[in-house]
Every structure is written in C-alpha cells, then in structure tokens.
Design a protein around this ligand. Structure first.
Ligand code: 5GP
Length: 188
C-alpha cells in the first residue's frame, strides 16, 4: 500500500502551469514532484534532474522497451514519460504530482483510477497565445504546433475531475491547494 495520493495536473503549453505548480509546491512541501524524462532539449533555465531528465531518443526508446514508464507519449516532436520506479518510490513517501498532458493522464487513469486529475484552463485562447509568445523560449514553428495542440488538449478537460481557470495566479493556486487538501482528507 502506498502512503500518498497521486495527482495529475494538465494544461496547454503557455497556460502558466509551471508557475502555478511552483507556487503549489512551495506551499505544500510534503508534495513530491515526479520528474519526467524527455527527448526535448533543455531550455536555458532548465537543469537536468530538476525539471526533466533529458535523454536521447535511443535511450527513451530503450526505456519504453524495458517497460520503465508508468505512462509516456510523443508530442511536439518529442517523447515525454513518467519513470515508473521513481513515481512509485515517491508515492511510498507521500503524495505525488505529475505534470503531464492528456494522453498520459488517460494512461494514469487506466492504471491508477484513484488518481485525481486536474486540468488548468487559460482565460481565453488569445491570452494563451500571448503568454506562449511572451515566454520567448519557444521557436515560432513550435508555437504554431503547440497552439493547435492546445485546442485538442482543452477539449479533453471534460473527463478530468477538476477544471481550474488560471485567470489570476493567486486565485488559481488557492483553488488547486483546496482540491489537494480535500482529496487528502484535510479540513480547511
Ligand atoms: P514542455 O515541453 O513545455 O516542458 O512540456 C510540454 C507538455 O508535455 C506539457 O503539456 C507537459 O505537461 C507534458 N509532459 C511533461 N512531462 C510529461 C510526461 O512525463 N508524460 C506526458 N504524457 N506528458 C508530459
């Protein structure tokens, strides 16, 4: 029996999910973040082993063959996956947060139906595009691809347990924290 609860947070690229998660993790130090593996190159601010484990396609495909992923998906021309062992080890210690997109979330729902799935929505499509461009860390062709994918991703919110709109950071963080507290059986 694992000690913790499993939480999945999804939201289109540019929705501000990274900032929301950082705030949530700051205020819930008991929560563990599952570090995914990816074949995407690191962004300037990213550190191997902190945001992601950056691996080659060959290594990722070897990990797939070895059954090392709890879930994985190929999107935005790259592989992303949750290393199974790491997630299970962290679950032994406490609750775990996965930042993954809907195809991965669907795989988690299959293998761990008790997991809580939270979807973060942007206030509007225009705002999503503006935030994605303002980040200045994503090439133009990637922006187009991510915006197209965002439409599909947002349609998937209907089968998530909770939908939270990131219209204002503090409010959004509070709403996510309230969901976590409720699911963990804590009183407000
Ligand atoms: P980014 O390249 O902007 O860091 O992430 C792109 C998308 O990949 C985000 O929607 C993020 O949630 C998703 N993602 C990150 N790690 C994983 C993972 O381990 N599995 C899956 N399925 N998606 C992931």
């Amino acid at each position: 029996m694992s000690k913790g609860k499993l939480f999945v947070i999804s939201g289109a690229s540019g929705v501000g999910k990274g900032t929301v998660l950082k705030e949530v993790m700051k205020r819930r130090q008991d929560l563990r973040f599952s570090v995914s593996a990816t074949t995407r190159p690191p962004r300037p601010s990213e550190v191997d082993g902190r945001e992601y484990y950056f691996v080659t396609r060959e290594r990722f495909e070897e990990m797939i063959r070895n059954g090392e992923f709890l879930e994985y998906d190929e999107h935005n021309s790259n592989y992303y996956g949750t290393p199974r062992r790491q997630a299970l080890e962290k679950l032994e210690e406490g609750s775990v947060l996965l930042d993954i997109e809907p195809k991965g979330a669907a795989q988690v729902r299959q293998s761990a139906p008790e997991a809580t799935l939270i979807f973060i929505m942007p206030p509007s499509m225009e705002e999503l595009e503006r935030r994605l461009r303002d980040r200045n860390d994503t090439p133009e062709d990637q922006i187009e691809m991510r915006l197209k994918r965002a439409v599909w991703e947002m349609e998937q919110r209907v089968w998530y347990d909770h939908v939270v709109v990131n219209d204002e950071l503090e409010r959004c963080v509070d709403e996510v924290l309230a969901i976590l507290a409720k699911e963990c059986g804590e009183s407000a």
